[in-house]
Design a protein around this ligand. Sequence first.
Ligand code: GTQ
Length: 340
Amino acid sequence: MATQTETLTTRKAVQSVDGAIEEATAQVKERCQNLNSYPMWTVNDKISKLVPNPRAVPTKWTWSEMRQLMLDTAELVPEDMAERRALMMCNPGFGEVKGPSPYTTDTLYAGLQMVLPGETAPAHRHIAYAVRFIQESQKGFTSVAGHKMYLEHGDLVLTPSWQWHYHGNDGSKPTIWVDCLDIPLQIYGRTNFLETYPTPTVPDLVTDESPFHFQWEKTQKALDAQDSPHTVYHYLTNGSPFSKTIAAQAERIKKGQTARPPRETTSFIYVVKQGEGKTIIDAPTGQLTVEWNDKDVFVVPAWSKVTHVTGERGDAYLFALTDKSITDNLGLSRTDYARD
Ligand code: GTQ
């Protein structure tokens, strides 16, 4: 059997001591030239790796730094200068390839968006599916398909594909949240497009009970109803993942515990709801130990070995946006329970 370091190409090539394969392949390549064709076995390594191969690298965005940057950005860039005042969280694994780009993981984009009191991020709709996890809000709101929802720290709100939405803030403090959209998938499929609404807002009604709105209070209640050291809650709509592309989960890890989940073909954008601890990430693209605190964001690439360790201060609550819906729906999910 091939080892992890041996490649599919070298496995065959080592048998070709006399160069016969090279010569035969050269002949085939020449004949392929004018027929839009190419011998697959010479590029097998690029097509099939022996382990999953995300580009994303483990990365942390520290809340205190990002919050200050958001506040300063809001002073520099008035609301009417930006359709959305959002700062992308660009994974450096993509930097050299595409420059600043909307890849937080290989499949999902996340950004930080800020809406100041009285501002309106005008109504539009797009094919991309969006969700938002609220970091700070005091009467900040989003309006989705006519549902105007006031948001609080820890809430998750859905903006399904092609629904009109706009954002605002009826309070006196900044509203900041983490946006997550399936933009990398849309880039791959070349499917995303956006339509603007003729006016900044859309007719709507305030609603306390919307299928688009998951209040943190209920999530925490579900987590606290379990007694295990590490509890995972999956956000569902009518028993199924709310979206075909983006999934979300919340976790409670009791204080002073170590959690070692299996490694998966799923990648994670973690947002610390509250608590302190560290996460040791051993990813196909590198290793990083993230020391985290309230509201920090960090990325766990697919196929990482992950170890969460919580501090003694109290139980930690982590929230994560994942591409589990994508991998499950397309039959791409694999789990390695035997990780060391
Ligand atoms: O609020 O609709 O971060 O359309 C990126 C694109 C947020 C939004 C983003 C968007 C939005």
